[in-house]
Design a protein. Structure first.
Lengths: 339, 339
């Protein structure tokens, strides 16, 4: 049976939301869940729920890495943190995957340092799944590698393609390169070289895509450097906040509009459901030697449950094995082309 | 009297919206407006309006650069385009400023090649004004310079500060550097060096800002490279489109929500008014030797009128003279620091 460790103490609503997610996953899926963190808090929280027998275990870890801590320092100082202990279980193959909603930087650093990179992979990358007009899309990298080389971007595309095909169930997923215009000649030296690599890669490369294509679903996977990817991610979060605040402020002044907003509620809920990141199940950390899913800091129980689902799918589909095979294939082809 | 040339043929709704804007400006402000473009179309369009005597002139230009044309090729081939002719009037000092809603790349290339750069300026930059929670903010660069050096970013900050103070009427405008985290150590080599330059510049530098701060109004001027700035600009446009589409789609299914949306209309209009780019009046092209305002391609008459207003303010406040003085001052200080 697949065993998934969940970092019980990581996330804005830990341990409550995390424990809820662990219970939902244990009851809905046939996996073993290992909740890692402070035993007494986790057991206290678990008292609220009924769980299928033999499906959920608690593994003690005495320390917590908070959301604001400096990643590398934190993982080095807090050896017994829930994150370190969960990754350690994965390293020792006592579990098949780790899900964490904690400090993203710490998760990347901890996984990279302790698990190492997959054979042939030059840099890890964080992918996020996000709702677009035509279903779920994937963007990589959103912050692990702020100054990548063009060949890192090619590797990200290869990993994103495999994940989109095997976990997101897309047939022949299309790849777009984020740029400032559609023409091949646009952008920086990095994007120009990455364009050439992607065009010659055998991937379903649709060319450059622009900011406006991000949510339009023009391609299944958007490849970008971690600097712009991170800015985009945080902007998307920021814009909805600002619009919601402005809306609430104006509504307060106008009782008729207040009624109107009430009548619109089902529509807003439907949009929320259709564009719900909770259903996407978190962001795979690609390139490390082990399956690690990084969930949004504000993850609810449902989001954690879905992260467990995609973690298990990544294990079942042997994503990392496929990545190693395709990367090595690609390297061989590049050598042949250059010889 | 200040004379402003308007590119009558540039923009998605040219010449109708442009002519409307020219008329509004001529009637509201005491400036002379020179509409540049195909004489017969412009005069035909002008028949719809009454204009203050002696305020609006038409200057013929036989060619049009369309929105999709390759900028440098277009300005070289179409010497008699409305854009080239308008910039030429500025070069010959027959007008004091140019407003265009046409092809942005062509406007940047045409202005840079024909007017040249201001003394001491290394690269031109496009700024955009946008609504934030605390009023109008400015972002620079949004696409003129996709791979800038750190000292280009410092020059952008200096130019943005002067414009925010003199035209947007901000007292001691604050400057933020767009980055992937708040700490000084975050980001790329470019942002780390730009951070040091900005910190030591004497500007009101508030440090790194993140994507989420873009619309929160954390600083008056966001400085960024033209690659990320361009992506952000296009994402912001894209997100509203996607949300509007989803909303319309869901509303169609639900008559009660349709009524609700109707009741919310005044609130949505109020938000639109508060966050209306039309009021901002277009994006100044900084660093070229002449006042050039680039308006949104979809500009309405009101947007064009406001672009004329900020163009005239830039002339009155002698923005370019102030830029040359402050840049030379800054260079001297840098030399002193290094000697």
């Amino acid at each position: 049976m697949i065993r998934i460790a969940i970092d019980g103490m990581g996330g804005d609503y830990a341990p409550q939301a995390i424990v809820e997610g662990a219970v939902l996953a244990a009851n809905e899926f046939e996996y073993e869940i290992v909740l890692v963190g402070d035993e007494s808090s986790l057991k206290q929280e678990l008292k609220k729920y009924q769980v299928c027998a033999g499906r959920l275990f608690v593994h003690h870890a005495s320390e917590i890495i908070s959301m604001g801590e400096q990643p590398v320092k934190a993982i080095k100082r807090k050896k017994d943190s829930s994150l370190n202990v969960a990754i350690d279980l994965l390293k020792k193959k006592e579990v098949d995957a780790v899900v964490t909603a904690g400090n993203t930087g710490a998760a990347v650093a901890c996984a990279t340092l302790n698990l190492g990179l997959l054979k042939g992979i030059k840099r890890p990358g964080i992918a996020i799944t996000f709702p677009s007009e035509h279903g779920i899309s994937l963007a990589i990298d959103v912050g692990a590698n702020v100054d990548p080389q063009p060949d890192h971007l090619l590797q990200y595309a290869i990993m994103a393609e495999i994940y989109s095909r095997c976990v997101l169930k897309k047939r022949s997923p299309s790849i777009g390169l984020l740029n400032v215009g559609e023409e091949e000649s646009k952008g920086t030296e990095r994007t120009k070289e990455a364009y050439r690599l992607l065009r010659d890669s055998g991937l379903n490369f649709v060319g450059n895509v622009e900011g406006r294509d991000f949510f339009s679903g023009k391609c299944d996977c958007v490849v970008c450097d971690g600097f712009v990817g991170n800015v985009v991610l945080k902007i998307a979060e920021g814009i909805t906040d600002v619009v919601a605040k402005l809306f609430k402020k104006e509504i307060r002044k106008n009782p008729i509009a207040k009624l109107g907003a009430f009548l619109c509620k089902p529509v807003i809920q439907a949009i929320r459901r259709d564009t719900n990141y909770e259903e996407c199940g978190g962001a795979p950390l690609f390139g490390v030697d082990g399956v690690v899913i990084i969930s949004h800091g504000g993850s609810s129980g449902t989001a954690i449950k879905n992260a467990v689902r995609v973690a298990a799918q990544s294990v079942q589909q042997k994503i990392n094995h496929q990545i190693v095979t395709e990367i090595s294939q690609n390297e061989k082809e590049l050598k042949l082309d250059n010889s």
